[in-house]
Design a protein around this ligand. Structure first.
Ligand code: 0X9
Ligand code: CA
Ligand code: ZN
Length: 456
């Protein structure tokens, strides 16, 4: 099933071409590239119409150039539409031109400066070795393919649950959004590296429990690195032989509310799964939330430069909309001050498109906390879409650090109010409630304080 409410934006087109371009060992004489070419264009051109009118797959941005993979049969049309491009296919095939292809293979591993699952694992372990008194690594659960879902806790007295508000920064729900795991990871790293030298950081780390969960979907990430760059979902083998559940449609709030915000079709890019929390990856996040005093959350995605807040399942204001507006506007302003990039703010359903079963709606609905989806740069497909260059990582981190610190500050200042003694919101329609199978535990009686136990 194809969907049309995405406005052609992203994420919804079924993709049939599976072409491995970054792996030298995947090449043979018949490398599967025979019907496609890789072209480059100047990245400063307005390429919106190109992306709209031709089925081009953005691959990467390097220097001033953006690379697309395109079927040969469209080359003439693209030329006639007035786009001047260079043929670059030879640079990607080591059998033809090894020197060049090595240059294009990004430094430091198959996905370059971006982290693979293993690279992330080693980096997290190294951080714990370097800063043992303020950080500890937990495993929230296992992915389908048995990889760990890691959480890095950062706080003073890190092995003790103290009477401090918790906040979490999550990334990597979607496999191809590589930048989304770098940002929470770098935020965590910054807190650790600057703890002793920066009074503000020390205050934040001492006063809150900060949880960095950089990679919710490790199996998908590995598939995106090794097999198909634009993979989105996890690697569930579905009943019809297709693969993948969209983890950001698998949370329990308003799950399957309609088939615009998520798809019942297993081969669809936003397939919601057979039931809420059918996937071990989302279950791990659910368990984690039920065991901790979360007071706010940011879930990083890409792309489109926006800060989104609930609801996403319905274009309707929550009763906390004024607060969410203020917080998101403040964060957008902090972002703007760093590199001058504008991040749009708004209710997810209105600013982007409808989604149901996503993380942010669920976190807000069941835990009454501000939960944001930050869609990182670039702004659009023409500027690279899901493919950020390595040089982008630091810039994007620099602009996302101040809003993250701001939100930590905010949960500390508003701790009393953000953990209210009120039940979860029950203002949903009755029919909807019936579909919500989840049992919301009484958070007060589940022993939040003391030794860390909910996670390993
Ligand atoms: O569709 C998504 O899950 C997110 N966008 S992405 O392109 N990264 O896949 C957006 C989720 C935002 N939430 C809502 N719109 N409810
Ligand atoms: Ca602490
Ligand atoms: Zn995403």
């Amino acid at each position: 099933m194809t969907r049309n409410n995405y406005n052609g934006k992203k994420g919804s087109r079924p993709i049939f071409l599976v072409v491995i371009i970054f792996l030298s060992f995947s090449y043979s004489t018949d490398n599967g590239l025979s019907d496609t070419e890789i072209i480059s264009l100047n990245k400063n051109l307005d390429l919106r119409d190109l992306a709209l009118n031709f089925p081009v797959d953005p691959l990467m941005v390097e220097g001033q150039k953006i690379y697309f993979q395109v079927e040969k049969k469209h080359l003439e049309g693209i030329r006639q539409a007035g786009y001047f491009f260079s043929l670059e296919t030879h640079r990607f095939n080591p059998q033809i031109s090894p020197g060049h292809s090595i240059k294009l293979r990004w430094q430091g591993g198959l996905n370059g400066a971006y982290h693979s699952y293993k690279e992330l694992e080693s980096e997290l372990q190294a951080l714990v070795r370097a800063y043992p008194s303020i950080t500890r690594l937990y495993i929230l659960g296992k992915s389908l393919e048995n990889r760990n879902i890691y959480a890095l806790k950062i706080s003073d007295n890190v092995s003790t649950r103290e009477n401090e508000p918790a906040i979490t920064f999550l990334g990597g729900h979607h496999a191809r959004e590589w930048i989304s795991l770098e940002i929470p990871l770098l935020i965590g790293k910054h807190l650790l590296e600057n703890y002793t030298s920066d009074d503000r950081i020390k205050f934040l780390v001492d006063s809150a429990e900060i949880w960095v969960i950089p990679l919710v979907n490790p199996d998908g990430l590995q598939y995106s690195i090794l097999n198909y760059r634009l993979w989105r979902k996890n690697r569930r083998l579905n009943y019809d032989g297709s693969y993948g559940v969209d983890l950001n449609r698998n949370y329990s709030f308003a799950w399957a509310y309609d088939s615009l915000g998520s798809s019942p079709n297993p081969s669809s890019a936003d397939y919601r799964g057979l039931e809420p929390f059918s996937e071990p990856e989302t279950r791990a996040i659910n368990n984690f939330f039920h065991n901790h005093n979360l007071a706010a959350a940011i879930s990083y995605h890409s792309f489109s430069q926006s800060i989104l807040y609930p609801w996403g399942y319905l274009d309707q204001a929550t009763e906390d909309e004024p607060l969410f507006q203020q917080l998101s506007a403040a964060m957008a302003e902090l972002i703007y001050q760093v590199n001058g990039r504008i991040y749009e703010t708004g209710r997810a359903a209105a600013a982007l498109y409808l989604t149901n079963g996503d993380f942010a709606d669920w976190a807000y609905a069941f835990f009454q906390i501000p939960a944001f989806t930050i869609e990182l740069p670039p702004l659009d497909l023409a500027q690279g879409g899901f493919v950020n260059s390595e040089a982008d990582i630091d810039e994007i981190f620099q602009e996302n650090l101040p809003p993250a610190l701001f939100l930590i500050d905010w949960v500390i200042a508003n701790y009393e109010e953000t953990i209210p003694e009120r039940p979860p919101y029950f203002y949903l329609k009755r029919e909807l409630e019936k579909r919500l199978e989840i049992i919301v535990k009484d958070r007060k009686s589940s022993g939040f304080l003391g030794k860390e136990q909910g996670v390993k």
